[in-house]
Design a protein around this ligand. Structure first.
Ligand SMILES: Nc1nc2c(ncn2[C@@H]2O[C@H](COP(=O)(O)OP(=O)(O)O)[C@@H](O)[C@H]2O)c(=O)[nH]1
Ligand SMILES: [Mg+2]
Length: 395
């Protein structure tokens, strides 16, 4: 009887010191899989450390190893890799594992056996009986946390680990997955829970098998905790809306609008700072509203610069240094400040110091004056700082 074939995809980015060991470790699992032959496909996203060249050499020497050069991003490495395997390598099963050796290689025969049992999707899991997570307490907390959040928000809830890469599935299932909806071109690890989500929609019959997860021997993690958390939440909202029949590309739009959203969040925080001091100056120091606004706004500007520089625009390469940017930010915020003061002045002149009754509360007009300044000032600040203060360096 001819042997069946499993193609194991190893996506790599800067794994020069891991890739050869990984390919050999995968091939060595053949002895635990009677009736099966294993081939390895390395999909490298043009790693600057030269992983691609190493992989190309391995592929030249060993006909069981294949190499594919792909675009940047884990999702691209995975989806282009599997698509290539389906087209060119005639697999009975598609499998994937991380190339850094963090996952015990013996999960592979368990994944394949689950497919032989009749499931069309097998999922490696640290959190089922027999599995283990041998990371530092901090990273353990993060993986447990991200798995819980993804399980609850994205699902399916009966899967204990929805984020792990070690997986096997049938080419038939892969072909049914809606790649239009899967955000595989985005540079984020969201592709793992999202792939599972789309696979379930495509009719996956899934089973979890245990795996042991340890520390990296070489290299560094490419996962970005804050970005990933943001993606999990926005993707979950997208998936929920989709399940309710509301088809808007929420995830894609929020990713595109990410800078604006961060800038707005910083602005929101700044607004609290601003409002807090505004009320303090009026209430405790009897300073008139317009003057109070001027002083509270300057405090908020300092706050906002700090967060925009070290968070919103952190990864943007500019031609300026931090001090120059601080200067520009202050200058442009002055524009926003003048705008805010004029709006408050205008409204104050128009309506005076009255009170409005909202339900059972009496609310002073000066509160409304304050909030009326937010939308126009936000638009001004974002536009000018996006295009000038943190202007992208030309390559
Ligand atoms: N092809 C490709 N692989 C990637 C990319 N980013 C990460 N990987 C691979 O995905 C696997 C998991 O990444 P890793 O950084 O170990 O994430 P962690 O295990 O969650 O810390 C490793 O084999 C990485 O080399 C990418 O942009 N392209
Ligand atoms: Mg890893």
């Amino acid at each position: 009887m001819p042997k069946k074939k499993v193609v194991v995809l190893l996506p790599t980015y800067n794994e020069k010191n891991n890739v050869e060991k990984a390919a050999n470790a995968v091939l060595a699992q053949e002895k635990n899989l009677p009736g099966w032959e294993i081939e390895v496909l390395i999909s490298d996203s043009k790693s600057p450390d030269g992983t691609g060249e190493v992989a190309a050499q391995l592929a030249k020497k060993n006909p069981k190893i294949h190499y594919l050069s792909t675009g940047r991003g884990l999702g691209v490495g995975l989806i282009e890799g599997h698509t290539y395997a389906v087209k060119n390598l005639h697999p009975d099963i598609l499998a994937q594992m991380d190339a850094d050796g963090q996952v015990g290689w013996d999960v592979l025969p368990r994944l394949v056996k689950a497919i032989e049992e009749g499931y069309n999707l097998a999922l490696g899991s640290r959190f089922v009986s027999g599995g283990a997570n041998k990371l530092s307490p901090m990273r353990r907390l993060f993986s447990a946390g991200s798995s819980w959040v993804s399980r609850i928000l994205i699902g399916p809830f009966d899967v204990k680990e929805v984020t792990n890469s070690a997986r096997a599935f049938t080419p038939e299932l892969f072909k049914k997955i809606n790649l239009e909806r899967l955000p595989w071109k985005e540079q984020t690890f969201i592709v793992q829970p999202a792939f599972l989500h789309e696979a379930v929609i495509a009719g996956a019959k899934y089973k979890e098998v245990p795996l042991v997860f340890g520390d990296r021997a070489e290299g560094y993690s490419k996962n970005k905790v804050l970005n990933y958390t943001y993606d999990v939440i926005t993707y979950a909202v997208d998936a929920r809306l989709h399940a309710w029949g509301i088809n808007i590309p929420f995830f894609k739009v929020t990713r595109k609008a990410k800078t604006l959203i961060k800038f707005s969040l910083v602005g929101l925080l700044g607004t609290f700072v601003d409002f807090f001091f505004y009320k303090l100056f009026i209430g405790s120091f009897n300073i008139p509203p317009a003057t109070s606004k001027g002083m509270s706004a300057e405090l908020a500007i300092m706050n906002n610069f700090f967060f925009n520089n070290f968070w919103t625009f952190r990864s943007r390469k500019t031609n300026t240094n931090t001090w120059q940017r601080l200067g520009m930010f202050n200058l442009f915020s002055l524009g926003g400040l003048v705008m805010g003061v004029l709006i408050v002045k205008f409204l104050h002149t128009l309506y005076g110091d009255g009170f409005a009754t909202v339900g059972n509360f009496k609310v002073a007009y000066n509160n409304f004056y304050f909030f009326a300044t937010i939308p126009p000032v936000l638009v001004w600040n974002f536009t000018i700082n996006h295009f000038i203060t943190w202007k992208k360096q030309k390559d």
